[in-house]
Ligand binder design. Structure first.
Ligand code: GH3
Ligand code: MG
Length: 540
């Protein structure tokens, strides 16, 4: 889908939501007026809830003025609620008047020609090229060959000016730049270059000649994603780049939305989708845990007040599940009372965003939190050399899949693979070269598996794949295809060219009488050793 088509589709979708919201207003106002006639304690509570919802929603759908009306009614009604009965009765006419004025304001707003407004949401940068701007030719050459091996496109520059010129008609996903060049020029004096990068949303990685506080502050001021000190830790730099590119291109993140106002939830979803963020709106609050497990979000965005359960109660319930303990929960609510915000967060929520919020601010607020949450998740779950998930996380993934496959009666497979005669690679070419081989296989695995599959580093040069809805035959085929590709990778070390192979063992859930994931892993391991004994370089 082209960009302009996406934009048109989105504008239409926004306009539809906004129309539906506006169409719902007269009826909602009629109900509020009706509540004011009898004005029992229950009526007052319903009025407060409705005014609260409208206070948040009106602004989102382009009616900020109406939002203020609603907020005023909410506050007034809350005051009356806390007063002794006779005093409350005296204050009722003021509230009635406010609701009437709100009704008139709604009429007026609906008569005005609707402004089609889709706030510009920043587009993620599509380029996947890495630019290198380094003082040393030797380091550039080494990085180019490695980045190529991992399938990244690379361009090299030897001075800041040529980089600025190139920025006029292209932009990198990532610029890896030295803070000092041999001619004495310094990165943080290149205002134009830094401005252009920011405008293009390119990421900046800095290579510094010294570990210096002031330089680190400067890098931070320019929102650099990483700060490396010479001599460069190459594998670390490569995995940082792979991670950044993966985040930028594929995974802007997944957001799960809980809001009883369906239209508002759909509006948020559209706004976030336009910024490349995947969303899921809760279908049934009572099955929220299942929906969360299925969608696997990186962030939960939740309303604070809903008719049956409060956001705080749901947050508390979610935290009862071990696998959901780490999920960041952010309240998106029109509650402006700080004390109430804080007490709601005591149940396990992490943060608070106040409604109404503009589309651009919502995207920014969500992106900031997503970025941080993905960084932390990576740190906890991922192996630093390969950026694959670690031993404990891949085992958890296998256990989760075992339970899921039993529930939905769908087969899944586990593959264990181990690089052949890897000790000899280390012994002949050094540990650094060994690391490159490990990283290359990791990248290959990541690239060849489906989005729902998981790949983990099980041990030093041992890997595990968890493949949902995958039969033994399909798993063997996949492991053989990847082996074929791995054999064809050529590595250079000490001017020698060499390649590697692996052995793999497969276990499928419908193949044996397994009662847990642990037994499947053991079976895959046994198959792996059968492959080793049968001469390596094969899948069993
Ligand atoms: P086989 O075909 O039977 O698997 O032989 P192998 O040589 O691969 O197996 P062995 O278990 O004897 O040796 C594995 C070696 O992998 C030993 C260990 O030093 C090395 N290794 C483990 N983790 C890493 C790592 O992170 N980096 C590097 N470079 N080497 C590692
Ligand atoms: Mg081995």
């Amino acid at each position: 889908m082209s960009n302009s088509k996406t934009k048109t589709d989105l504008s239409a979708a926004f306009a539809t939501l906004r129309r539906r919201f506006e169409q719902s207003l007269p009826e909602r106002l009629a109900r509020m007026l009706q509540l004011m006639e009898s004005a029992t304690a229950d009526d007052l509570s319903e009025l407060i809830a409705e005014a609260h919802k409208l206070a948040g929603a009106c602004g989102t759908f382009g009616h900020a003025g109406l939002g203020s009306n609603a907020r005023y009614i909410e506050q007034l009604a809350k005051e009356i609620q806390t007063k002794p009965a006779d005093e409350g009765l005296q204050a009722l006419p003021g509230l009635q008047q406010a609701v009437l004025e709100f009704d008139i304001a709604v009429d007026r707003a609906l008569q005005e020609a609707p402004k089609a407004e889709l706030e510009g949401t920043a587009q993620l940068h599509q380029s996947d090229t890495v630019w290198l701007l380094l003082p040393e030719q030797k380091l550039s050459t080494e990085l180019v060959s490695q980045l190529h091996a991992f399938g990244h496109k690379v361009e090299c520059f030897s001075d800041y000016d040529s980089c600025v010129v190139r920025l006029q008609d292209a932009a990198p996903a990532v610029l890896f730049a030295a803070n000092k060049l041999p001619d004495g020029a310094s990165l943080f004096e290149q205002t134009l270059l830094l401005q252009q990068l920011k405008k293009q949303q390119s990421r900046l990685l800095v290579l510094s000649d010294s570990d210096d506080f002031d330089l680190r502050i400067k890098a931070s001021q320019h929102q650099a994603d990483a700060f490396f000190v010479s001599p460069l830790d190459v594998p670390n730099m490569i995995s940082t780049i792979s991670e950044l590119l993966e985040y930028g291109n594929k995974r802007a993140g997944r957001v799960f939305i809980v809001d009883d106002d369906r239209l508002l939830a759909q509006h948020y979803a559209l706004v976030l989708n336009a910024a490349g963020i995947e969303t899921h709106i809760v279908e049934n609050v009572r099955s929220i845990v299942n929906e969360l497990m299925r969608f696997q979000p990186d962030l939960l965005l939740m309303d604070m007040y809903m008719p049956d359960y409060s956001g705080a109660e749901l947050a508390g319930l979610i935290r009862q599940y071990k696998s959901l303990k780490r999920l960041p929960i952010v309240f998106l609510s029109s509650e402006i009372n700080k004390a109430l915000q804080l007490s709601a967060m005591a149940q396990g929520a992490d943060d608070f965003i106040t409604k109404p919020i503009g589309d651009t601010q919502l995207v920014q607020a969500v992106k900031n939190r997503l970025k941080r949450s993905l960084q932390l998740k990576n740190l906890i779950e991922k192996d630093s050399l390969t950026a694959l998930i670690k031993h404990s996380s891949i085992k958890e993934a296998a256990e989760l899949e075992f339970v899921r496959s039993q529930r939905y009666k769908k087969p899944f497979s586990i593959v264990m693979l181990d690089i052949d005669l890897f000790k000899a690679v280390n012994d002949s070419y050094g540990h650094g070269t060994g690391d490159i081989v490990i990283t290359a296989l990791a990248t290959l695995l990541r690239k060849r598996i489906r989005k729902t599959d998981r790949a983990g580093r099980y041990g030093g040069e041992e890997f595990m794949l968890v493949l949902p809805e995958c039969s033994r035959v399909q798993a063997v085929e996949l492991a053989e295809q990847i082996l074929q590709a791995f054999r064809q990778l050529h590595f250079t070390a000490a001017d020698k060219l060499f390649s590697c192979t692996y052995s793999a063992g497969v276990a499928a859930s419908d193949d044996g009488d397994f009662s847990n994931a642990e037994q499947m892993i053991e079976a895959a391991d046994a198959a792996l050793y059968k492959a080793k004994r049968a001469g390596r370089n094969r899948v069993c």
